[in-house]
Structure formats: structure tokens, C-alpha cells
Design a binder for this molecule. Structure first.
Ligand SMILES: [Zn+2]
Length: 695
């Protein structure tokens, strides 16, 4: 095979920004195949007998040599996500198995493991920088968790467990999806639709028509299920849907879709795997690469939070019950009434329309507000910049120091498109690093570049001949700030080692800290005033409207907190203090957790574990607590600004930049936090922000 050169294949041109103006789907196969070959050849060379195991000759050389593949494949993955036309999907899917295989083999390569270990045991290790030492430690940890240290006779069993676990997880999701799809409720009496919004009725009507039936068809998918639980006046309809939803993939449905046996099986295998690796249980394994240090620490954290949230949750529920009796004539509020009653109370108390709020958040005003927050907080400058783009709607910006030194650049792709993956996300195009000595680039530092992607509505319509700007809901503004927080983590890093620069190497339960931190600014009155301007009148958002938004923000935060804690505690105990081989069932454990923390206990036939895909099919096994954990960290960091008396306090902003954003994964997250806050995390700020304080 003849080698392709960057001049023939723009995907291989990694000298600067991705060549979005030139890269075509037909470039993918030749470029990625070649990079895979190069990477494999490099690994063989670096691990051949007699090859040097020093930082420069092994670890740095490996990072250098593998970066082109990850950057080029990153571009392909990005285009697949934002421009999912058949040609790109085909190009991506064609190479995906080969790329996945390459990385899987990498994780199993014992020669690589041995080389990292050799560095760790050499005299050189003590002379490496802390960031370099951390990279070596992380690599060894990951190889170890992948079973690299097991005895040869144990390896086949370990491998078999891993494979079976991924099959069981896949089956768990499939069963859940099939069970979700298997149920539908056909309503023929229009009176039963009372209370439902027009678009929900319309969708239900179309769904029935599609089946060749008259009436309205409701399903267990969120866009159909949620409005029914929130708005349907028909208690019968709500009860029916609730029961179907709560018993998905359980013994109450078809046996072949029952997840109960899978749960037991997954728990047994995870425990066996953990014990082979020398841990008592799976929760301990899950915490190895996280910020939390031990199972008791997380249990204490959750239980402490539960105790503090409880009085507020009890108040929430008492208020709901009273409202249900008084205003809705529901003497006994049942589980299927809770969403409905909550919505009615929310409307009665804080009625405001999302549509009204939206008129105040125009794209340019929001962006300039966001940029000003970043500039003031971190002492940097944001400016428009130019680059080849994948779509005309995409914008490109640069971040500089006040002296004009480039720090990083980012793409902003705000609007939804039919060919774009849903949701919002930050991704890395280029990661900061010190270039290798032989590099031809003029700058010794490779500057980071990020993709910020959202799915907001594009500008619609015109007025007096002028196109109207795009308008964002407050939730969308929060989303933009959130993703920008991830972006800043990536862009403002000062780490020179790629493997721990930006978000690389940051513990999973700490990675949401900067993103959730940035959300706080969307609730600062001074910021909201600055970044709102009515599309027609130019007036900032009225204070009275903002007050309603603030009040609604913390509606039922006590109840919601306890619910999250219930899930987290159940998950953690299931993977630590529960022996699937012994007496007692998963449901008994859930019952125990509920007796301890819940204020709202669902009916006995509820089969929550059977649809808890986060922990049985996603990556959240013994990690569900991460949601609350990261919220505590971000709220506590924001608390430092509150204590300073100014959300834009310069010293605090610089400290946040220097101790958290700039350091990234080069140091353990707890050390970053302590360096910023001068102490360990405390839950008080989160409780205060959630309105859970007694005055
Ligand atoms: Zn996030």
C-alpha cells in the first residue's frame, strides 16, 4: 500500500486547525487506515526487545506518535455528530470497528504495561514533573483495572467476565427499550384528554393514525409519558400509564423482557471481577479512578445530605398533600398524582411563561454577556476569529491574554439541524501540549481548540423587513454557560503534558465542576440584566419576572434532593454492602434505603431497579452519587465568590483559574479544590443555593 500524504489527504494535515473546507468522507478510510498502521508500527518499535523505557524514549514518544490518530479520528467523530448525512455516517461507521479494536488492544498490551512499570520503578521517576508522574500512575492504574496484573491462569476468566458484562448491559438496555415500546394506551374518549397541551394531543392523534386507528395513542416515551403525568386531568389515564412505566422489564411483563435475572447476574459478575482484582467489592473498584476516596466517605456524604434535606422534603410533601386536598379534591395523593399536583401548584404560585422570558434573551446579547463574564472573571479577552468551518452557521472565536497572546480558540455551533446529534456538548479539537523538540511548528506550545455544540432554535421570521435574532430560553442560556465551563477547562489549561491537560485525567466525579460553576452566573441579577434585552423594546428582563424564575428554580428541591440521594445510596450499597449470592433481594435493599431516606414511597409493585439503566447499562455503576458530588463542589466554589461579596471578585477569579481550570488533570481534584478553597468540600453552599436553609 502506498502512503498518502497530507497534501493529498487534508484529514492527515494536522499542522493547524482542521481543514473543514477540504475534508471529504472519501478521505476517512485512507487516512485513518494509514494512521492505524503508523500507530501499530510505533507500538511494536517502542516495545521491541532492548527498546529504552525512559520518559522521553517511551512515554513521550508514544504520546507524540498516537496523537495524529486521535486528532484525525476526533475530526471524523465530530463531523459524524454535527453533519450526520449518509456519506459521513457511512465513512465513520466503516472505520469505527477498526479504531475501537485498536484502542481495545492497546488496553490489553502487556508490553506497554511493562514499559510504564519500568519507568515507575526507575530512578528517573523521582526526577519527572508531578504531571508526568501522574500520567505514569494513571496508565498503570488503568492497565491494572483492565486485569493486566492477573496470573495467566486467571486471565481467561477475567476476559470472559468482561465480555459477559458488556453483553448483559446491552441486553438490559434492549429489554428496557423493547418493554417501553411494547406498551401503548389508546384513548377513544376525547374527554379523557382534558388538561393535556395541544401539541401532546396532536402527537397522540398522529401516533394512532399511523397505526390505522382512530383516537389518541399514548406511549411510555418521554415526550408522550411526561405530559400525561404532568397535565392529564384523568386520574385513570395517569394511573394506567404510571403502572406500565413503573413495571417495565419486570416480572409483570413478558418473561423474555424481564431484567430481574440480569440484575442478579450483573451484580455477581461485578463482584467476582472486583475480587479477582483484589478488592472487596465493585464499589471499591469504581472509586479507584474517582475523586471520592472510599465507600464510607461517599455513604457519609449522602447520609449527611439526606438528613439536611429531609425537613425541606417533608415540608414539600405536606404542602403538596394539602394543596391536592384543598384545590384538587384528591383526598389521598397517590404516586401517579404527584407530578400532576406539583405542576398545578407550580403554576398557581409562580406562573410565568417560558415564551415571555425568551423574548429577552437574544443571541448577540447572551453571547456578549457570557463573554463579559469570562473576561471579567479570568482576565482574558475573547475576540471573533476565522477558520475553515463545517457549516455556515458556525462561529469561531479566540481567547487571548490582555497582552494579545493567544491562549486557545473555539468553534460555536449553536443551532439545531436535522443532521446534528441532539443535546449540547463540548469536545476537544486540539489539546494543549508542549511540542516535541523535533517539531517544525514555530510555537513551542500547541494551543488548545474546542468545539462547543448546542441545539438551540435558529433565528425565525423577520420584523419590518429585518431578520429577527435567535431567541433562547433561560434553560438554553444555562446550557450555553455549562458547556462553556467545560470549554474553559480545556482552553485555559496551562499544563504542558497532553495526557493531563484540560479535562484529560480529571476524575469523573469532578469533571462537572467548572461547567456547573458557570451556571451560577445565569442566576446573578447583574449578569441577567446585562445579557437580556427584549427583542422588540430593548428593555432588560424585569426584576419581577426574574424573581418568579428564581422562586421556581428551587421548587421542591428538598424532595428532588432526597430522590437523587435515594438512587445514589441504593446504587452504592448494592455494589458494596450487598451479596447477590446470599439471602435477601435487591428490592429488600431498596426498601431499606427508602425507609432511611425517602419521604415518598412508591407502591410495592414498583420495579425501579429493572429500569435503572444508568447503573446496569450505563457507566454509572457505583457512581450515581457523582451528580450530587459535583454539584457540591461547584456550589462550594461559587460560595467563595459569595464570601468575597462579589461574583466577579478578581482575586477569587484568578485563584479559581490558577488552582482549578489551569491545573486540570495534572493534580488530584481534591488537591485542586483544597488549593482553591483552603479546606475540604462542604455541602452548605449547595443547600443554600437550593433554598434549603432555615432562617
Ligand atoms: Zn457537563
Amino acid at each position: 500500500m502506498t502512503a498518502t500524504t497530507p497534501s493529498e489527504n487534508p484529514l492527515l494535515d494536522l499542522s493547524g486547525l482542521p481543514r473543514f473546507d477540504a475534508i471529504a468522507p472519501s478521505d476517512v478510510q485512507p487516512a485513518i487506515s494509514q494512521l492505524l498502521d503508523d500507530s501499530r508500527a510505533l507500538i511494536v518499535r517502542l516495545t521491541s526487545p532492548g527498546a529504552a523505557t525512559t520518559w522521553n524514549d517511551f512515554a513521550a514518544a508514544l504520546t507524540d506518535g498516537l496523537e495524529p490518530l486521535s486528532r484525525a479520528w476526533g475530526i471524523v467523530g465530530h463531523l459524524h455528530a454535527v453533519n450526520d448525512v449518509p456519506e459521513w455516517r457511512e465513512a465513520y461507521n466503516h472505520m469505527l470497528p477498526e479504531v475501537s479494536r485498536f484502542y481495545a488492544e492497546f488496553g490489553q498490551n502487556l508490553k506497554l504495561f511493562a514499559a510504564y512499570q519500568a519507568i515507575a520503578e526507575s530512578a528517573e521517576y523521582a526526577r519527572l514533573s508531578p504531571a508526568q508522574q501522574r500520567i505514569i500512575d494513571n496508565e498503570i492504574r488503568d492497565f491494572r483495572l483492565a486485569g493486566a496484573q492477573l496470573q495467566d491462569d486467571q486471565k481467561p476468566r477475567f476476559q470472559a467476565i468482561s465480555e459477559e458484562l458488556s453483553q448483559l448491559s446491552a441486553k438490559f438496555s434492549e429489554n428496557l427499550l423493547d418493554a417501553t415500546n411494547a406498551f401503548s394506551e389508546l384513548v377513544s374518549d376525547e374527554a379523557e384528554l382534558a388538561g393535556l397541551p395541544e401539541d401532546t394531543r396532536q402527537a397522540a392523534r398522529e401516533a394512532a393514525e399511523k397505526d390505522g386507528q382512530s383516537g389518541w395513542k399514548f406511549t411510555l416515551h418521554m415526550p408522550s409519558y411526561l405530559p400525561v403525568m404532568q397535565y392529564a386531568d384523568s386520574r385513570r389515564l395517569r394511573a394506567q400509564m404510571y403502572r406500565a412505566y413503573a413495571t417495565r422489564a419486570s416480572e409483570f411483563g413478558p418473561a423474555e423482557l424481564d431484567n430481574t435475572p440480569l440484575i442478579g447476574h450483573i451484580l455477581r459478575l461485578r463482584r467476582e471481577e472486583a475480587q479477582m482484582l483484589g478488592y472487596a467489592n465493585f464499589a471499591e473498584v469504581s472509586l479507584v479512578a474517582k475523586m471520592a476516596v472510599s465507600v464510607p466517605q461517599v455513604l457519609d456524604f449522602l447520609r449527611d445530605m439526606a438528613v439536611k434535606a429531609r425537613p425541606f422534603a417533608e415540608q414539600d410533601i405536606a404542602e403538596l398533600r394539602a394543596f391536592a386536598r384543598r384545590e384538587l379534591q384528591l383526598e389521598n395523593m397517590e404516586a401517579w398524582d404527584v407530578g400532576y399536583v406539583s405542576e398545578k401548584l407550580l403554576q398557581k404560585r409562580y406562573a410565568f411563561s417560558e415564551q415571555e422570558v425568551k423574548q429577552y434573551f437574544t443571541e448577540e446579547k447572551v453571547l456578549s454577556g457570557l463573554f463579559k463574564v469570562i473576561e471579567t472573571l479570568f482576565g482574558v479577552c475573547l475576540k471573533p476569529d476565522s477558520a475553515p468551518l463545517w457549516h455556515q452557521d458556525v462561529r469561531f472565536f479566540r481567547i487571548e491574554t490582555p497582552a494579545g497572546e493567544l491562549l486557545g480558540q473555539f468553534y460555536l455551533d449553536l443551532y439545531a439541524r436535522a443532521t446534528k446529534r441532539g443535546g449540547a456538548w463540548m469536545d476537544e479539537a486540539i489539546t494543549r501540549r508542549r511540542r516535541s523538540p523535533g517539531s517544525l511548528a514555530s510555537d513551542a506550545i500547541q494551543k488548545p481548540v474546542a468545539y462547543l455544540n448546542c441545539n438551540f432554535s435558529r433565528p425565525i421570521g423577520s420584523k419590518n423587513g429585518l431578520a429577527r435574532p435567535a431567541l433562547f430560553t433561560h434553560d438554553e442560556v444555562i446550557t450555553l454557560f455549562h458547556e462553556t465551563g467545560h470549554g474553559l477547562h480545556h482552553l485555559l489549561t496551562r499544563v504542558d503534558e497532553l495526557a493531563v491537560a484540560g479535562i484529560h485525567g480529571v476524575e469523573w466525579d469532578a469533571v462537572e465542576l467548572p461547567s456547573q460553576f458557570m451556571e451560577n452566573y445565569c442566576w446573578e441579577w447583574s449578569v441577567v440584566q446585562e445579557m437580556s434585552s427584549h427583542v422588540d423594546t430593548g428593555q432588560p428582563l424585569p426584576r419581577a419576572l426574574f424573581d418568579k424564575m428564581l422562586a421556581a428554580r428551587n421548587f421542591h428541591s428538598g424532595m428532588q434532593t432526597l430522590r437523587q440521594i435515594e438512587f445514589s445510596l441504593f446504587d452504592l450499597l448494592l455494589h458494596s454492602d450487598f451479596d447477590p449470592a446470599e439471602e435477601g433481594s435487591v428490592l429488600d435493599l431498596l426498601g431499606k434505603v427508602r425507609r432511611e431516606v425517602a419521604v415518598l414511597v412508591p407502591p410495592a409493585w414498583h420495579r425501579f431497579p429493572n429500569s435503572f439503566a444508568h447503573i446496569f447499562a450505563g457507566g454509572y455503576g457505583a457512581g450515581y452519587y457523582s451528580y450530587k458530588w459535583a454539584e457540591v463542589l461547584s456550589a462550594d466554589c461559587y460560595g467563595a465568590f459569595e464570601e468575597a461579596g462579589d461574583p466577579f471578585d478578581q482575586n477569587t477569579g484568578q485563584r479559581f483559574l490558577n488552582t482549578i481550570l489551569a491545573v486540570g488533570g495534572s493534580r488530584p481534584a481534591i488537591e485542586n479544590f483544597r488549593a482553591f478553597r483552603g479546606r475540604d468540600p462542604q455541602v452548605d453552599a449547595l443547600l443554600r443555593h437550593s433554598g434549603m436553609v432555615t432562617v
